[in-house]
Design a protein around this ligand. Structure first.
Ligand code: SF4
Length: 350
């Protein structure tokens, strides 16, 4: 007889407990994906794990890792007369100079870069698209840039790459990590190859977004640790091919090149961001003087930085749920639907 979903989950949890018992030491597994965090919190997966297995979240929210300098540059562009287009999550993030939602300028919330391009087509003024996102969204920005957009269309690229951040986390040793759960959506684009340098040191398991997917990934990490194995295991075979998506990768490659850049909560991470290639300079916001000030700080009472590095949890923040809520957020982690504070507030019992 076929096992029910509930029975399957119970079986996975039993096997996780057995593996953890055999390991007989504390284990920290980090995931780097807002959608994974949502699955984990919404389904209470942490409460199903053995005491010696910690599942921490890293820099998996693209809005959260965007620096205040990049946001402030877009705010200034709007105040200087450009039409600024940004995703809804980005729109409300507070910075020391206000937010896109409160600034004195023409800021439009868009669902896609194509919509921003359409706005540019219908506008006489210059239009700035603030491009936020990891490898999942960068190919769509690339596709528009490579498709001869209107001359008044500019991109401020805040796109970032996940594997260099994983390498930084591992090298810094700040949070002692035993394994990574790799993001499913990002992996559909990049495949498994880019995790290899991290996977030389510890197990990396690519996972999907159902609760069972996350539990399977935890089990795979524990099994690899027990066997003393490292490497990449793909547990999301229904969506991720080892080679990734060649078309999307080619678009990214043609439009962007990697550059060293700070992330919110992180120092400069080598080759961790995407800048426009020289032949697209006509659409590069940097070329018309929209230059982020990466030294710009943020509200010191917000501990998003530590949360994004796996060193703290949302409820460690004294502002959580009191002075900082989704309707009145202090930091990006409470604004974005992929932010750990928002997810904890919304799905973790408020
Ligand atoms: Fe920052 Fe608010 Fe999260 Fe605290 S609860 S870390 S202030 S976003």
């Amino acid at each position: 007889m076929k096992m029910t979903r509930r029975e399957f989950v119970r079986k996975l949890v039993r096997r996780i407990h057995k593996e953890a018992e055999t390991l007989d030491r504390d284990v920290t597994i980090m995931h780097v994906c807002g959608s994974h965090e949502r699955t984990i919190v919404e389904h209470g997966l942490r409460s199903l794990l053995p005491e010696n297995v910690r599942l921490v979240c890293g820099p998996g929210c693209p809005v959260c890792v965007t620096t205040t300098g990049e946001l402030a540059a877009a705010i200034k562009a709007a105040e200087d007369g450009m039409v600024v287009c940004a995703f809804g999550d980005v729109y409300r993030v507070p910075t020391p100079v206000g937010s896109l939602s409160s600034c004195d300028g023409d800021v439009r919330v868009v669902q896609s870069v194509r919509k921003a391009e359409e706005i540019a087509e219908s506008e006489d003024r210059d239009v700035l698209y603030l491009a936020v996102g990891f490898e999942t969204t960068a190919p769509t920005t690339a596709a528009v840039l490579l498709d001869d957009p209107p001359s008044n269309f500019y991109v401020l690229s805040a796109h970032r790459l996940i594997p260099p951040a994983m390498e930084w986390l591992l090298e810094s040793g700040e949070c002692r990590l035993d394994a990574f759960i790799c993001p499913g959506h990002v992996s559909t684009i990049i495949g498994t190859g880019p995790y290899e340098s991290v996977a030389r040191e510890l197990p990396c398991v690519v996972a999907g977004f159902e609760p069972e997917d996350v539990l399977i990934a935890v089990l795979a990490c524990l099994k690899m640790l027990r066997r003393g194995r490292v490497g990449v295991t793909n547990e999301y075979l229904r969506a991720v091919e080892d080679r990734g998506n060649p078309v999307a990768k080619e678009l990214m490659e043609r439009a962007f090149e990697p550059e060293d850049r700070p992330w919110r909560g992180f120092p400069t991470i080598p080759e961790s961001a995407l800048k426009l290639r020289e032949d697209l300079a006509d659409h590069d916001a940097i070329e018309i003087g929209i230059r982020p000030d990466y030294t710009l700080g943020h509200d010191e009472s917000c501990i998003c930085d530590r949360i994004l590095r796996g060193l703290a949890e949302p409820r460690d923040c004294p502002l959580f749920g009191t002075k900082c809520t989704p309707t009145d957020p202090v930091g990006p982690c409470m604004v974005s639907e992929e932010g750990p504070c928002f997810i904890e507030y919304r799905f973790g019992g408020g």
